[in-house]
Design a protein around this ligand. Structure first.
Ligand SMILES: Nc1ncnc2c1ncn2[C@@H]1O[C@H](COP(=O)(O)OP(=O)(O)OP(=O)(O)O)[C@@H](O)[C@H]1O
Ligand SMILES: [Mg+2]
Length: 329
């Protein structure tokens, strides 16, 4: 098919997913728009954003279940077009937000049904592997209608693994799971990464994204930011030092302003001092010397660590009031 030659990279080393100006609207409602990113093969890519941000719609669009209304994409190296739907679906799997399982069939009967749909070779072996991967071997004979929410979730994950996908879309795979079950899913994602599977993970658990994902994107109808978690922290937050002293400083301005690499300072909520710095390696020793020279009893000087949650809240949530007092102000 000559028309696909330019974009067909299904066996190559190019990105697993490319979205270029992708968008989807339902009538007047824009679910997401102007979304562009690339996911490398074997990458675990986190897709974060508030309720209604368009994450599931993006997953459904990339997963060929919905046609985009703008832009273009390739998935598993294949151009996302209606004609390519079947080929793409042969290389991907989606674990949806709510598990689509037949309640009156047992776990293993459900998996056998879906293995049949996917025309999996060696279905019995695939099913056994998938069940073992999600620690459900002992539940094989139980009716799905009698499983707890978390156990259903795990059957749904087993279902997604049946077809041995190159690209796996997981839509909130740990939502509703207890901490041990969530941990098991995290380990499974690590194993999939080890096997070179590309994982596109939507989640509201920011610590999960931070721990598992090579890169994350934050979506709120449009893409707000994308990068490695540590990169995002640096981009969104200035580097800061927190200083605590036994007694409040008499003249903090005189101690902090003008020190090398120190841009601004303010008191923090606990009575310490928060310094915005350009380079900790230069600022920390200078601050220490200045405090000692001012006869302050220093209790601690430490770099402030920001989490991915801080980044998320800064971009999506209410902004905290910043009242830095800087040398320039
Ligand atoms: N079939 C549909 N028809 C009309 N609007 C839809 C449809 N599907 C989704 N939407 C709308 O698109 C927007 C994005 O929904 P989506 O389910 O993608 O959000 P989400 O980021 O997955 O949210 P959540 O975190 O709650 O799962 C919402 O405003 C939603 O109501
Ligand atoms: Mg969703």
């Amino acid at each position: 098919m000559p028309s696909q030659r330019g974009t067909d990279n299904s066996h190559g080393v190019g990105p697993a997913i490319v979205a270029d100006g992708l968008g989807k609207r339902f009538g007047d409602r824009i679910a997401f728009e102007d979304v562009s990113f690339e996911v490398a093969r074997g990458e675990v890519f986190g897709f974060l954003g508030p309720n209604g941000a368009g994450k599931t719609t993006t997953v459904r669009t990339l997963g060929t279940l919905l046609a985009p209304t703008a832009g273009s994409a390739t998935v598993a190296g294949i151009a996302l077009t209606p004609e390519n739907g079947t080929r793409i679906r042969g290389r991907i799997a989606i674990m949806p937000e709510s598990p689509g399982l037949y309640e009156r069939l047992s776990v293993v009967e459900n998996l056998a049904y879906f293995a049949g749909l996917y025309e999996a070779p060696d279905p019995a072996e695939r099913i056994a592997d998938a069940l073992a991967s999600v620690n459900l071997t002992d539940r094989a004979a139980q009716l799905c209608g009698t499983l707890s929410k978390g156990l259903r979730q795990r059957v749904s994950l087993a279902r997604a693994l049946l077809g041995n996908p190159q690209v796996l879309f997981l839509d909130e795979p740990t939502s509703g799971l207890d901490p041990v079950a969530a941990h098991d899913v995290h380990e499974l994602i690590e194993q999939l990464r080890g096997r070179g599977v590309t994982v596109f993970l939507t989640t509201h658990r920011l610590e999960e994204a931070e721990r598992l994902c090579d890169r994350v994107a934050i979506l709120n109808t449009t893409l707000r930011i994308i990068g490695r978690p540590d990169e995002l922290r640096q981009r969104v937050f200035a580097t800061s030092l927190r200083v605590t002293t036994r007694q409040p400083l008499d003249r903090p301005d005189a101690v902090f302003i003008g020190l090398p690499a120190v841009q601004a300072w303010r008191e923090d909520e606990s009575g310490g001092y928060l310094l915005t710095v350009t380079d900790t390696a230069i600022a920390a020793p200078a601050v220490t010397r200045a405090l000692v020279a001012a006869c302050a009893d220093v209790l601690s000087i430490s770099e402030v660590a920001h989490s991915l949650e801080d980044v998320y809240l800064r971009l999506i949530g209410p902004r905290p009031a910043d009242t830095d007092r800087g040398a320039a102000s």
